[in-house]
Design a protein around this ligand. Structure first.
Ligand code: CU
Length: 179
């Protein structure tokens, strides 16, 4: 009786072991092709904040500090939020006495340098907000970098900039995984 059960177990185990063996070869080959690079996580995002919305406006501005502690240049190429239909990277340029906003394609961050977004300068133009933002709430942001990949950060909704170390970034979870 017991022996029969054991045999049954063995019979079921064998194919599993064989399948594992077949899997391990391609996994090792894949690891060989994609070595982990230290500079992949060289970007940190801090002091992330966004202005509260005014009235029925579905638009606001967000600000971050991007630091490149790696040895290679990187660039912010895109931003998005689950609460907004789009986020554009903007900067202010003076046109005589009038400050105008210009859309920029990306923001380069040299090794050892930071890029600071601030009112009157670089900002994340948050468009098509699904609901108004009040002070004290957070705006989830996902920032995409050419080398560092996607970093997730919760921007504090506030009228004024938070301290420098506020709202540090975390590596975004793999596609589709939500906490
Ligand atoms: Cu703007």
């Amino acid at each position: 009786m017991l022996l029969d059960r054991l045999k049954g177990c063995l019979r079921w185990r064998m194919p599993g072991v064989m399948r594992f063996g077949l899997l391990i070869v391609p996994i090792l080959a894949w690891l060989e092709m994609t070595p982990l690079r230290a500079e992949d996580a060289a970007i940190t995002v801090s002091r992330a904040w966004a202005r509260p919305t005014i009235g029925a406006s579905a638009t606001t501005a967000g600000y971050v500090t991007l630091r490149n502690s790696g040895s290679k240049p990187d660039r912010l190429v895109a931003a998005q939020s689950e609460l907004a239909s789009a986020i554009e990277i903007h900067m202010h340029v003076m046109d005589g006495d009038i400050a105008r906003m210009r859309r920029v394609d990306d923001v380069a961050i040299a090794p050892g340098q930071s890029a600071e977004f601030n009112p009157g300068g670089l900002h994340l133009m948050v468009l098509g907000l699904k609901r108004p933002l009040k002070a004290g709430e957070t705006l989830p942001l996902k920032l995409t970098f050419q080398t560092a990949g996607v970093l997730a950060v919760n921007a504090v909704v506030s009228m004024t900039a938070p301290p420098d170390d506020a709202a540090a970034s975390v590596q975004a979870p793999a596609a589709g995984h939500q906490h």
